[in-house]
Design a protein around this ligand. Sequence first.
Ligand SMILES: [Cu+2]
Length: 153
Amino acid sequence: MKNFKYLLSLLICFFVLLNDPISAKVVFHGGYAFETFKGQKVAAAYVSVFNQSDNDVVIEKITSNISDVAEIHDTVLEGEIMRMKKVESLNIPARSEFYFQPGSTHIMLMGLNDELKDGKTFNLNFVFKNQEKVNVKIMVLNNKLRENLLDRK
Ligand SMILES: [Cu+2]
């Protein structure tokens, strides 16, 4: 009986470990996008991701209710032209940080169904390889901030 209890507690520990949700160990911070003008159909969003777990995590998909499509894009230099390339899945190594940022990897929102207005927020769902979803808040910033950001480069 004692052995059985030991085995049981061991099993429970194992079960808990296996079910440790990604959302508890992967932190999304400071999500933002810039305001859009009327009729604009495409916008980019950015966020910092902190993987505080001992495992790599893979973002397989992003879903959005403010646009028809949300894709992960990389910016690559082809010859002298900067091009955006869709990223099918994004691996974030254990104990590392990843920054979606302008001029680099970003979240592309296509088929916007509403104007993004300064000061408003919206949500994106990040879907991981194990199908777990994490809801991430994205804040809409004034376009002037973008100009400041570019001026500094
Ligand atoms: Cu893009």
